[in-house]
Ligand binder design. Structure first.
Ligand code: ASP
Length: 446
């Protein structure tokens, strides 16, 4: 039995937390390979090491050398080493890291040092060998992960090693320079290691006991999700349920490796188990979870007989492509089509340009935009089993007096997305939750 365990920033925040992590790893012989994040926040208002490192990079670019931010980073790591009483000559490693940061002058390299340093400390604490992600996680010239090469290198590096600590968040690009994943990317590193050693389970240790059915800032005490499928995870995490990086699913999914989300503060809690879609068992609930994102712009296009006009969608989408803009959804009707786009991509006059070019390309009868739209995804395999799910969903939103601006139900019957005004975002989520979790529970005695 092989478990790969990834510990997030809160789990690595100080010496005390690292001791907890060591106790968790030592409590189960199957926990053989450990992937770590950089130390995160110790309390609200604290600064993550990764954020300090990005600040440090700005200082280096302005003055040529590490300044105040690096001083804070050193103080935190030296504090951790003192708390743990470890022998590694961390002061020397920190001096060397400073010189490396000043020489490399790269944001990715600088940011990666948080994981590099925390993995070295953790390796010493556990008495496991340290594996530098730079040696084993590789990116292709187009910037994408070179998955097969990374699995091969990791397999070779870990073969014959009963245990190891691997640094999260980064790897090496085709030019031999350190490259990071997007923020929160240590989750992806953990998944890559799990896939490389064909782990029986990928344990992702964080500061909550798994996924909740919706944001606890919106609904008090929402239901915990005990298990879900990879597909549900993908939909929910893409739409903002941020327990796990949305891309971390790909490496493990290709090998049917389950993911278990665990809480470092409450290791006895079951957490959430994420299973290959084919092994997923119907939980009895219609909806597994609800998630959402705000601040979209919808470009609405109407033209009679749009459906009969060959190449219509291509012409519209090539305008977006030309401007390097990606879209989130394109719900369409017979004569209508909406482009849902993250508002940040349409800044600095880009929206006006795009509208002008769409007008020119397809001469629509009507072309206008809605701003400040929030998308809410209601996700669950159970939806395809129950009749009337969308009716219930829209009824719940209507009862709350909220106007639905857009609807998109994927062909999978796994996810219904509704667009509402930003200002109705929280109320709409609460109404949907109430419908599927409270009313349904009362009706079925779940
Ligand atoms: N330390 C990085 C971040 O803060 C990566 C991670 O923790 O997964 O985003």
């Amino acid at each position: 039995m092989i478990k790969v365990c990834k510990f997030g920033g809160t789990s690595m925040a100080d010496g005390n937390m690292m001791k907890r992590v060591a106790a968790i790893v030592n409590a189960d012989k199957a926990r053989r390979y450990v992937v770590v994040s950089a130390p995160g926040k110790r309390f609200s208002g604290d600064t993550k090491i990764t954020d300090l490192l990005y600040r440090c990079y700005d200082e280096v670019m302005q003055t040529g050398s590490c300044g105040e931010a690096y001083g804070k980073i050193c103080a935190r790591f030296l504090g951790i080493a003192a708390e743990l009483g470890i022998r590694t000559d961390l002061a020397d490693i920190l001096d060397q890291t400073k010189a490396d940061i000043e020489r490399e002058k790269s944001a990715d390299f600088t940011a990666s040092r948080g994981e590099y340093l925390s993995a070295r400390v953790m390796a010493e604490l556990l008495g496991f060998p340290f594996i530098d992600a730079r040696e084993v996680i590789k990116f292709r010239p187009d910037g994408q992960l070179d998955a097969d090469r990374s699995y091969g290198l990791l397999y070779a590096a870990l073969k014959g090693k009963p245990h190891a600590v691997v640094s999260g968040y980064y790897g090496e690009d085709a030019a031999g320079r350190v490259k990071t994943f997007s923020r929160g990317g240590s989750d992806i590193s953990g998944a890559i290691v799990a896939r490389a050693v064909m782990a029986d389970v990928y344990e992702n240790w964080t500061d909550v006991s798994g996924f909740l059915a919706c944001d606890p800032h919106i609904v008090e005490n929402p239901a915990e999700i005990r298990s879900m499928s990879y597909k549900e995870l993908r939909e929910l995490s893409y739409m903002g349920a941020n327990v796990l990086h949305s891309e971390s699913i790909f490496p493990v999914r290709s090998a049917d490796i389950p993911i278990r989300i665990k809480n470092t503060f409450r290791p006895e809690d079951e957490g959430t188990l994420i299973l290959p879609t084919k092994k997923y068992r119907y939980s009895g609930r219609t909806v597994t979870g609800i998630a959402g994102k705000q601040n979209f712009t919808v470009i609405f296009i109407e033209k009679s007989l749009m459906n009969a006009e060959i190449g219509f969608t291509r012409k519209v989408l090539s305008v977006l492509e030309k401007h390097g803009i990606s879209f989130e959804h394109i719900p369409s009707g017979i004569d209508t089509m909406s482009l849902v786009i993250d508002r940040d991509q349409l800044k600095d006059g880009a929206l006006e340009e795009v509208l002008r070019e769409i007008d020119e390309a397809v001469s629509p009868d009507d072309l206008h935009t809605f701003n400040d739209i929030a998308l809410i995804a209601t996700v669950g395999h159970g939806m395809s089993r129950s009749v009337g799910t969308s009716a219930k969903l829209f009824d719940a939103i209507a009862r709350a007096g909220i106007n639905v601006r857009m609807i998109d139900q994927g062909s999978s019957e796994l996810n219904i997305i509704v667009g509402v005004d930003n200002e109705n975002y929280e109320r709409a989520i609460a109404a949907i939750y109430d419908e599927f979790f409270r009313r349904e529970e009362n009706a079925f005695g779940l």
